[in-house]
Design a protein around this ligand. Structure first.
Ligand SMILES: [Zn+2]
Length: 323
């Protein structure tokens, strides 16, 4: 590259640079003076101002331009080490992993559910001797129904429904209690005489989270099998009962592998009509008129699966606000 003589502009710039160097030196002195003054003077806003004024006057006597020195003095004061908090070394931001949503749902079967605080009333359907005396179908109704009908019996096992109902209800009770649930039974023996209204009133007296009437079904067609649920078509929980009843039926079929049939709302069960102030369900666990299902319903392992299904359902229920 070709060398060239310094131009006029360059030489002027050189002079300016020299002037700047001198000025820088003066400013450095001014800054140092300010620092030392700050160590002597008390640390306050007033002292900072006065130290700035001192620096300014020193600068005035030494520097050519008052304006420049004044500005520099302010700048020097602003950048005093004691006035500026030492910057915190910012840690390299660690990327925060997106939190994984942990499902809080309880295990569906056989898990460790906590049912403490829950209250359930179980009604093992029927009894040794039917009671065909009549009682009102519902409060204020002129229609009547037998106080306690006889129930069905197993085509394969020959067992009576009321016996199987109690066997299963006791398994359900024991399992619910093992999970902390409080359970009341309308009966723990077969040879009793308790009408459906009396059973409903017993359940109402505890304001449970669920009143579950445990039954087995019967049909003329031996091929019919599966789980169904009946609920009242009126009362305090009219709008929720079918949804809850479906949930109950599906919890049972999920735990047992049985076929889910339906949940029907009806006004034909006195035991439900008299208990509409609480969530009441008539659970038909299977058909004793179907040989395979009849045998399963008397199988202790299958009965235990039913208990697990009931517990899964109870865990989904809200606590009764009236209790
Ligand atoms: Zn029954």
């Amino acid at each position: 590259m070709k060398k060239h003589a310094p131009s006029k502009t360059e030489s002027t710039w050189k002079n300016a640079k020299i002037a700047l160097s001198v000025l820088s030196g003066l400013l450095l002195i001014a800054a140092l003076t300010s620092v030392s003054l700050r160590f002597i003077l008390p640390d306050s806003n007033t002292s900072t101002k006065s130290s700035a004024t001192v620096v300014s006057s020193i600068a005035t006597t030494t520097a050519a331009s008052l304006t420049v020195s004044s500005t520099s003095a302010s700048a020097a004061t602003d950048t005093l080490p004691t006035a500026t908090p030492s910057p915190t070394v910012a840690a390299t931001p660690t990327p925060t992993p997106t939190p994984t949503v942990t499902p809080t749902s309880k295990p569906t079967t056989g898990g460790t559910k906590d049912l403490s605080g829950y209250v359930v009333v179980l009604d093992p359907g029927h009894q040794t001797h039917a009671n065909n005396d009549q009682e009102p179908l519902s409060p204020g109704s002129t229609a009547t129904k037998a106080k306690c009908s006889s129930g069905t019996s197993g085509v394969a096992t020959g067992r009576q429904e009321y016996v199987v109902n109690l066997e299963i209800a006791l398994k359900v009770r024991d399992y619910l209690e093992s999970l902390g649930c409080t359970v009341y039974m309308t009966r723990t023996e077969n040879d009793v005489d308790i009408s459906n209204i009396e059973r409903a009133q017993f359940a109402l007296s505890y304001m449970p989270d669920a009143y579950i009437r445990i039954h087995c079904n019967g049909a003329d067609d031996p091929s019919v099998h599966g789980v169904s649920v009946f609920v009242a078509d009126s009362g305090k929980y009219e709008d929720q009962l079918v949804g809850w009843g479906k949930s109950l039926g599906k919890c049972i079929t999920a735990a047992t592998g049985a076929k889910y049939l339906y949940c029907n709302a009806t006004d034909t069960y006195s035991g439900l009509n008299w208990a509409t102030d609480i969530p009441s369900f008539l659970l038909e666990l299977g058909f004793m008129t179907n040989a395979d299902e009849d045998q399963l319903l008397s199988d202790p392992d299958y009965q235990q699966k039913i208990a697990i299904g009931v517990a899964d359902f109870v865990a989904k229920m809200p606590l009764n606000p009236d209790r």
